[in-house]
Ligand binder design. Structure first.
Ligand code: GUN
Length: 305
């Protein structure tokens, strides 16, 4: 069974038990501001997955012209709502909210409801290897590696990208599992040479098919976190052979989704996660898992008080 389905299956009895004990399902409030097309898809998938699993996922929309203060007010309302165990504010927020909006809004989320693991308190706990909600994409990458029995201890893991959402927490999670970790970024000289030393390579840079076969040590495990839409026909034809699924999809829709990793890598790597269908659904399953965990911890805390 695919990893995402196994994660969902594992949390199913926890959801049933929560419902039975507390007379309500674990609740997730998702905040979506504006109409970013990619965010619309991600948020729809998150709410659908959470609801299909027997939780209560509720979408709270804000207009594209909403202010950061309006987003803050909504987050505070969700913090105070006892039937909401998890809060997820979809990133990016509209540019009109201002440069500091994401920091202000993510900081306002009650850390016990922070299913994204973005709150600085939770990031600090992660740094110190203490229990905390962890950002869903890197947490999902670790679930996949562990469930597939990929050894991390003593291995060299290279993370491409240093974002707060993926690169940094990914590096910490690998470090905590005794991997030797290198983080590469846009200022790293000769990224290919560094990547070629990786036993485990995680690509999270948001640049379509950036990682080519010459970046890969034969047999390495490669995790592709990127989800990029290609809209230029010449580029699609350069990357994908005639008769491929991607070319057919481009002809039909005018765009095709690709990862940060070139498909040619598959011939060199020991394992490569596909895009779409690899890390994406696992990330969504981790939103569900983090929601259930937040609900259990909040309920247990209330009983103890
Ligand atoms: N935008 C892209 N990835 C994520 C994520 O994991 N969480 C949130 N809240 N927004 C995102």
């Amino acid at each position: 069974m695919a990893c995402a389905a196994r994660i969902r299956e594992d949390v199913a009895p926890r959801i049933a038990l929560f419902q039975q004990r507390y007379g309500r399902p674990p609740g997730l409030g998702v905040v979506l501001a504006g109409h970013n097309p990619a965010s619309e898809v991600y948020v729809r998938n998150k709410i659908k997955t959470v609801n299909e699993a027997g939780c209560r996922g509720v979408l709270f929309r804000l207009d594209a012209s909403a202010s950061a203060d309006e987003a803050l007010a909504l987050v505070r309302r969700l913090n105070a709502d006892d039937a909401i165990d998890g809060i997820l504010v979809q990133s990016p927020l509209p540019e009109g909210m201002g440069a500091e909006a994401e920091t202000r809004v993510f900081d306002a989320v009650d850390p016990s409801k922070d299913v994204d693991g973005f709150h600085p308190c939770n990031v600090g706990l992660l740094v110190q290897k203490r229990p905390a909600p962890v950002a869903c994409t890197p947490a999902g990458c670790i679930e996949l590696l562990e469930r597939e029995g990929i050894q991390l201890r003593g291995k060299h893991a290279v993370v491409l990208g240093r974002s707060d959402i993926v690169g940094k927490p990914m590096a910490l999670l690998l470090l905590h599992r005794d991997a030797t970790v290198t983080v590469c970024h846009s200022r790293t000289p000769d990224v290919a040479a560094v990547a070629r030393t990786a036993d485990i390579l995680v690509a999270a840079i948001g640049r379509p098919v950036f990682v080519t076969a010459d970046y890969i040590k034969p047999g390495a495990t490669v995790i592709d976190v990127g989800i990029n839409a290609l809209t230029a026909q010449a580029e699609v034809e350069r990357i994908f052979p005639e008769g491929s699924r991607q070319r057919a999809q481009f002809a039909e829709r005018g765009s095709v989704l690709v990862g940060d990793v070139h498909p040619d890598v598959d011939a060199v790597a020991g394992a490569l996660t596909p895009v779409p269908g690899g890390i994406g659904p696992i990330t969504v399953a981790m939103v569900l898992k983090n929601t259930v965990t937040a609900a259990e911890l909040r309920a247990a805390r209330k009983v103890a008080m």
